[in-house]
Design a protein around this ligand. Sequence first.
Ligand SMILES: [Zn+2]
Length: 281
Amino acid sequence: MENNNIVQSKKYYLFTDSTDCILTVNKDYMLDTHCHIFDPPLFDNLTNELNLAKKAGLTGIISVSTRINPAKQYIQYHQDVVNILPDSRFALGLHPWFIKEKSPDWLTELENSLDLFQGIGEIGLDRSQRAPDIQIQIEHFQQQLELAVKYDKPAFLHVIRAHNLVLEYLKKMPKARGVIHAFSGSPADARSYTAKGWLLGVGGGITRKNAHRLRRIFKKIPLEHIVLETDSPYMGLQSVDPGQSTPANLELVAKKLAELKNCSLAKIIAITTENANKIFK
Ligand SMILES: [Zn+2]
């Protein structure tokens, strides 16, 4: 349904739905809900990357971490990020791939640092070959998700071929909220997550020529459940190699989604950013 009325001025979008009620009035803003700005090569050119992102229309990024340390130390640079992209947040967590690298008191360290961070992630379950034993992953996932609930913070989940397991835990923890980053599950998985209020992240994958399945799935997911991400520098796009992407590439993801949904870029930006902002209370 595309009878929405969008009035676009130079910097501001006035977005109204078909009943003519104003959903949001905001400036040209996009939010990258998943990137690793403190990893190389992005961190090596931090100021430059942030300025490029700002120029591309971003007002915020959500930096996620993969280990408690050194991520904890990068909190000192988070203010530099906020100075350029004021809607930015920082999530702390232990990624399943890096469980072996944890320190003995990692969980206490995570809990004690949480007042400085706005989310927990990235955490999750992964059944690919690269990941450690699933039972070990479950233990770490559950402990971190419990902290997210206890401290009322959104979680950013990495889920590879483990949607059934993750959904089982989310059922037990109805108060948990957040984003399934780079969602690649089935339409049924998508429905189960969104019924629980979870958001589904879409990244550069949808721009790839042969990503027909992913595009088919995201075409059907209502926009109210979608957020944009780059997973930079790791996730590639059709025109950018994996390892080389930047938050500024979010524009290409938004444009592709607009094409897929057959709606305006302004609508994509307004709704996905609102979705992301709602998970930070
Ligand atoms: Zn990531």
